[in-house]
Every structure is written in structure tokens, then in C-alpha cells.
Design a protein around this ligand. Structure first.
Ligand SMILES: [Fe+2]
Length: 428
């Protein structure tokens, strides 16, 4: 008989980032090991279960690639809108945890938004006033802006509060289990309009890309009580029951603070293409295995990782996926197919992702970052600061305090919100 979780030794936790990180890492790791062992299984045995599952997925991805198939699922917006998504496409979305939505917006609409953003930033003298990158999250970001710290352009808000966006977000949120143990963890049909930035990468760009990393948190993933609950099956010997699509305990606690962090719970991260982008032009890649989070969470417990090291995870920096600790996962890195302006791209919030390097990029690489962030206690709390940022044209709290748009007269105003926008910001 398995030991009941309540009878297992409790884990220490740190609601705030601990001051002595290596000591806290060593402490929580040995406590997790003791908890797993008290369940009657060894850490090696539990990790082997996860490794087998991940290896099977990596092999499936390699086989699909060898057959010349697209690794990323692709679903037409029209099928999402009509409720006619083929069961095979749905199954592949659940398996791979990522998706391209074809024709999410008409191509002309996306191109017109792209031009609208250019008018907005140029008309407000953004390039003359740009002071360099405001965060230290990724050291590879250069001094010329590729990521614009612009949040309140009319095109961004029009996309965020559009019916088409709401429909796709509800479809994606619906892939998650949002109710369990008598708790409704989030509202799948109501998004919280999480404001993020835009990227405009011009033709001819040479870019080193962005290393493989993930965004759901850092050391807080092991160290806060909410996350210890969310990942409970990994830590109590019931690893077979771990479900990457279960939102239980994920929608209450925030992340440890950092210069660029995400206070919101996102079911999927995503962006909408504002230009056509070919697959070999420095595009997004993911490790399309949602369950790989179990591997990432348990790998630091193995004996070859130094006691005070969480496989390189620190606070205030992106969670790295590295050849040293995660080479099995990185073998599955798969790029998006060619996308056209108006398509959108989505990936499960826990998944490893990277941006490939490019030399002499052909065409523009322009996107608006718009995730699926359903209404839940965590997102409701953050929405209060979003309302204030919208009112004053400020950079939202999760981002560096650059505030370029405060004096820009043509930014989107609260009075321009439609019913979806108001609901998303908690205004009715
Ligand atoms: Fe990221």
C-alpha cells in the first residue's frame, strides 16, 4: 500500500526568496528526497519513470521528423470557431502542448496592425527617446530595440479584446483541467488580457537567438507551498499521477520577484504574427513535451548534481535548460512551421523554448505577445495593477518601469474597452 501523502515528512518552504540560496536549495532537495523515499520508492526509481516517458516522446518526435511530418500541430481558426477541430489534431495538441492557429486573424488585419504600431511608435518619437534595454533578464538583448517596451498601442489592445482572441484563448484554456477537489481554479472562458510587449526584427538582422529556457518560475517552483502542492505528485512518490494539464494549486501564488517575471497564471504563452516568417529565419522552437516539466523538476535530485545547485536555476534569471543537465530534452527541440501574418503560435506555459539564431534575416519578424491567461485569483490580483497601468499609460508591474507611453496621446484609452476588454480587466 502506498503511504498517504499526509503521513509523509513535510517540505520546508520559503514564501520569499531565501537569502542563502545554496543552503536553501540543499535543504529543500534533501527534504524532497526524504519525502519520496518515505513513500517507499527511491528517487532514482521515480526519475526513471519520468525518463522513460520523456524518452518515448522524444522518439515519437524524431520519428515524425524523419517521416517529414510537421512536429507542431496546426489547427485552422475556422475549425476552432466552428467547433470542428478534428479529433486527431486535438490529440496532437494535447500530446505536443503547442499549436499554430492558422488564419487566427485575416492577414490584411495583422499587416494593418503592424503598420499601426509603426505609426504609433514613430509618431511618438520612440526611437529618439529609447534609453536601451530596461531589464537584465536575457543578456543577449542588444542596445537596438528588437523587443519594444510598448504595451498600449491601439493594435495590441484591439487584438487582446477581440472576439477571435477570446475564442482561441477559451479553446486553449479548455485543454486544462480547471476544476478539481471542489475548487474552480480558473474561468476558462474569461481571459485577463495580460499586457506584454511587441517584437519587431528587421530584414538583414543577425541575431544569436535566445537560449533554451522556461518561464513558469525559478526556485519558487520547488520552494513555495503553492508550487509544492501543484507538483505534489512529483514529490510524494505518485509520479504516474502527475498531470501537466491540471491547474490545481497553480492559480493562487505569484512567482518570486524578478525584473521580468510573470505574475499571471498562463495556460499557454503565445504570440500573434504581424509579418510572414519562414521556419529558417530565427524562429521559436519548443521541446514539445508538456510532461517534461517532471523531468526538469526531478533532475536536480539526482546524485550527480551538487547539493546547493538546482541544475543552474537561480532567482531573477530565466530557468535554463542546458546540454549539461537536460540533453535528452534538447534533442526534441522543434521549430514552428512557416507562419503568415495573422497566424498565432502557442505553447504550454511549462515548456522549454528557445529562439534560433539567424544571419541576414529575410523579411521582418514581427509579433505581438498575447498569452492565454484565464481569470483566476492570481490574475484578478494582477488585473488591479493592469487597470492602473492602462489608465496612466505606464509599463505594467511585471515589466521594467520604462513608461514610454505615458505622454503618448494616441495610446489606447480605458474608454475604448469593449465588453471583453472590460471583463478581462475586472471592470464588469
Ligand atoms: Fe520565455
Amino acid at each position: 500500500m502506498p503511504v498517504q501523502p499526509a503521513a509523509l515528512p513535510a517540505l520546508p518552504h520559503w514564501p520569499e526568496p531565501p537569502s542563502d540560496l545554496p543552503a536553501a536549495v540543499a535543504q529543500v532537495k534533501s527534504a524532497i528526497r526524504a519525502r519520496i523515499e518515505a513513500s517507499g520508492r527511491s528517487v532514482a526509481e521515480v526519475f526513471a519513470v519520468v525518463e522513460r516517458q520523456v524518452k518515448a516522446e522524444v522518439a515519437d518526435i524524431a520519428a515524425a521528423r524523419d517521416r517529414g511530418e510537421e512536429v507542431w500541430p496546426v489547427i485552422d481558426y475556422a475549425d476552432i470557431a466552428a467547433g470542428t477541430v478534428p479529433p486527431r489534431a486535438l490529440a496532437l495538441l494535447r500530446r505536443r502542448g503547442c499549436l499554430v492557429v492558422r488564419g487566427h486573424f485575416p492577414r490584411e488585419q495583422a499587416q494593418s496592425w503592424d503598420r499601426g504600431i509603426v505609426r504609433y511608435v514613430e509618431g511618438n518619437g520612440f526611437f529618439e527617446s529609447y534609453r536601451g534595454p530596461g531589464d537584465d533578464f536575457f543578456s543577449s538583448v542588444g542596445s537596438r530595440p528588437e523587443i519594444y517596451p510598448v504595451y498600449w498601442s491601439p493594435p495590441q489592445m484591439q487584438a487582446r479584446q477581440s472576439d477571435r482572441m477570446a475564442r482561441v484563448q477559451a479553446f486553449l484554456n479548455g485543454q486544462w483541467k480547471h476544476e478539481s477537489a471542489g475548487t474552480r481554479w480558473f474561468e476558462p472562458d474569461r481571459d485577463s488580457l495580460y499586457p506584454d510587449r511587441i517584437r519587431r526584427r528587421p530584414p538583414g538582422t543577425d541575431s544569436g537567438g535566445l537560449g533554451a529556457h522556461l518561464d513558469p518560475g525559478t526556485l519558487d517552483l520547488w520552494m513555495t507551498p503553492e508550487n509544492q502542492q501543484a507538483f505534489r505528485h512529483l514529490f510524494d512518490g505518485t509520479v504516474e499521477q502527475y498531470d501537466p494539464w491540471d491547474a490545481a494549486h497553480r492559480t493562487a501564488g505569484p512567482q518570486y520577484p524578478g525584473t521580468t517575471m510573470c505574475s499571471a497564471f498562463r495556460t499557454f504563452q503565445g504570440w500573434t504574427a504581424l509579418s510572414d516568417m519562414d521556419r529558417d529565419q530565427g524562429v521559436l522552437h519548443t521541446v514539445p513535451i508538456p510532461g517534461a516539466m517532471a523531468y526538469l523538476m526531478l533532475r536536480p535530485l539526482l546524485a550527480d548534481v551538487p547539493a546547493g545547485d538546482m541544475c543552474g536555476v537561480a532567482v531573477s534569471k530565466a530557468f535554463p535548460a542546458s546540454e549539461r543537465w537536460h540533453s535528452l530534452l534538447l534533442a526534441a527541440l522543434s521549430g514552428i512551421p512557416d507562419v503568415r501574418a495573422g497566424d498565432s503560435v502557442w505553447w504550454h506555459c511549462d515548456m522549454v523554448h528557445s529562439v534560433a539564431p539567424v544571419t541576414d534575416q529575410q523579411g521582418w519578424g514581427n509579433v505581438m505577445y498575447i498569452p492565454a491567461a484565464p481569470w483566476c485569483p492570481r490574475n484578478e490580483r494582477y488585473a488591479a495593477s493592469v487597470r492602473e497601468a492602462l489608465r496612466t499609460g505606464s509599463s505594467p508591474d511585471d515589466f521594467p518601469a520604462e513608461h514610454y507611453e505615458r505622454t503618448w496621446p494616441d495610446r489606447f484609452q480605458p474608454g475604448d474597452l469593449n465588453a471583453t476588454g472590460r471583463r478581462g480587466l475586472g471592470l464588469g
